[in-house]
Ligand binder design. Structure first.
Ligand code: NAD
Length: 484
């Protein structure tokens, strides 16, 4: 049986306690994961501190940048191994991971190396009463040891989205991958060693949240800052842990993202984009669309076209090139999503398509499969319209006016993303700023320039990462005032 170890101070570390990693495809155990206890977390934090005080802390920016370029190249050189590991853990189609998860995972090291190489700081000359003046300038310094707590939906991509800038800024990290997706973070340890990243800069500890590695990292007094992606509820717990010691947090949390489709939209583009935004990665994308508001004149046509698209998605295993949709991450998550499918039916939803478990071949029947599902006929107060389900499902509702749809789109505790589909750009400019979300797309979805700010409004997040915005979190900006 494959063993997944912790990666501490440049070494792969076994522990006495393991947990099972099961395949989403058939629920078979595919690996034993070595769970880190307090001792391993202590060792990882100590290694990270030692790295900061040692060779890593003494590198120039140019030297760090070279090493991070090496990490990106190292991932690309072992592309197929990363791809296989990511798809084994998540069950996602290889066609998706091949163009998204793995290349973006590598690119995250390059983009933030470029940012840190090119970013300026500020300088202010000031007058003083004695006429001699003073000069202020700022320098950026790493915050120290950063705890990185990761989700399972885009494991390598979302982990490197934090580790890339953290290391570019000169920090050391202790990563706690999701218990569902331990493999690629561990494999990255081999790349770090091969590239010559000093020991202790990148550490990985495996386990769960409460009373396990997640809690041990976030409550650790010698972890200086915590960056997290995951559910809003977990983010709140992490914020509480970080309050002890007044440590900064960056939180990327849940969503219940709307799409707004106007009758004047490019209909085919709106269907294509919305099909992706609802069903990509089996609906397990934080930016995914779970509520669609369609202007009444095209409502029936839109519902029919999205249904056709959903029914055209082939459900299957990762390696099949024709697979459009894989399983959910686990049987546990399948139960959660199916409980919403049941609830929608009980609440009187019209099930346009799906609503259950697909027929799968015998060898896959124990996997975490669910049907792509579309509902109509529920109102804004229904839990289906309010709670994050995180599955391949969406509720479509008609609307009649601009003010009405803005109000309904904003009527949520969340504020991560929104897509607006219209050919009227004046209208797009008018509406986009009124949407209470960190990201608004017009006539697209998931189009990401990594230099732009990324993060959520309301209960979808605290802080922004991406481009120079990541520096706000991963560095301390220090002012130096020189009296002349
Ligand atoms: P989760 O909150 O269950 O788990 C995330 C991580 O936190 C895991 O590593 C888990 O072990 C750890 N954890 C859980 N409880 C903890 C605790 N008390 N202390 C410390 N660590 C703890 O989230 P998930 O199910 O892995 O991911 C899905 C969620 O992530 C969805 O809500 C989705 O919207 C959100 N998400 C948000 C973004 C974003 O950018 N805003 C991106 C991806 C996913």
């Amino acid at each position: 049986m494959k063993q997944i170890h912790n990666f501490i101070n440049g070494e792969f570390v076994a522990t006495g306690k393991t947990f099972d990693k099961r395949s989403p495809l058939d629920n078979a155990i595919i690996a034993k994961v070595h769970e880190a206890g307090r001792g391993e977390v202590d060792a990882a934090v100590a290694a990270a501190r030692a790295a900061l005080a040692g060779p890593w802390g003494k590198l120039t920016v140019a030297e760090r940048v070279d090493l991070l370029y090496g990490v990106a190249d190292g991932i690309n050189q072992r592309f197929d191994e990363f791809l296989a590991a990511e798809c084994a853990d998540t069950g996602k189609p290889m066609s998706l991971a091949r163009h998204l998860d793995i290349p973006r995972g590598a690119a995250n090291f390059k983009i933030f190396a470029d940012v840190i190489k090119n970013v300026p700081t500020e300088c202010f000359e000031m007058a003083t009463p004695d006429g001699r003046g003073a000069m202020n300038y700022s320098v950026r310094r790493p915050v120290g040891v950063v705890g990185v707590i990761c989700p399972w939906n885009l494991p390598l991509l979302l982990m490197t989205w934090k580790v890339g800038p953290a290391l570019a800024c000169g920090n050391a990290v202790v990563v706690k991958p999701s218990e569902e997706t331990p493999q690629t973070a561990t494999l990255l340890g081999e790349v770090m060693n091969a590239v010559g990243i000093p020991k202790g800069v990148y550490n990985v500890v495996h386990g769960f949240g409460p009373n396990s590695a997640g809690e041990f990292v976030t409550t650790h007094a010698r972890v200086d800052a915590i960056t997290f992606t995951g559910e809003t509820r977990t983010g709140a717990a992490i914020m509480q842990a970080a309050a002890n010691g007044g440590r900064p947090v960056s939180l990327e949390m849940g969503g219940k993202n709307p799409a707004i489709v106007f009758a004047d939209c490019d209909f085919d583009a709106a269907i294509e984009g919305t099909l992706r935004s609802v069903f990509a990665n089996c609906g397990q994308v934080c930016l995914g669309t779970e509520r669609i508001y369609v202007e009444r004149p095209i409502f029936e046509r839109f519902v029919a076209a999205l249904k056709r698209g959903a029914e055209g998605l082939k459900i299957g295993p990762p390696e099949d090139a024709t697979t459009g949709i894989g399983p959910l991450i686990s049987r546990e998550h399948q139960s959660k999503v199916l409980s919403y499918y049941k609830r929608a039916a009980e609440l009187g939803a019209t099930v346009v398509t799906g609503g259950g478990v697909p027929e799968m071949p015998e060898h896959l029947k124990d996997g975490a499969w669910v049907q792509p599902t579309i509902w109509t006929g529920l109102d804004d107060d229904s839990p289906i319209a309010r709670e994050e389900i995180f599955g391949p499902c969406t509720l479509i509702q008609p609307f009649d006016g601009e003010d009405e749809v803005i109000r309904r789109a904003n009527d949520t505790q969340y504020g991560l993303a929104c897509s607006i589909w219209t050919r009227d750009l004046a209208r797009a400019h008018r509406i986009a700023p009124q949407i209470e979300a960190g990201l608004v797309w017009v006539n697209s979805w998931f189009l990401r320039d990594l230099r732009t700010p990324f993060g959520g409004a309301k209960q979808s997040g605290i802080g922004r990462e991406g481009g120079v915005h990541s520096l706000e979190f991963y560095t301390e900006l220090k002012n130096i005032c020189i009296k002349l």
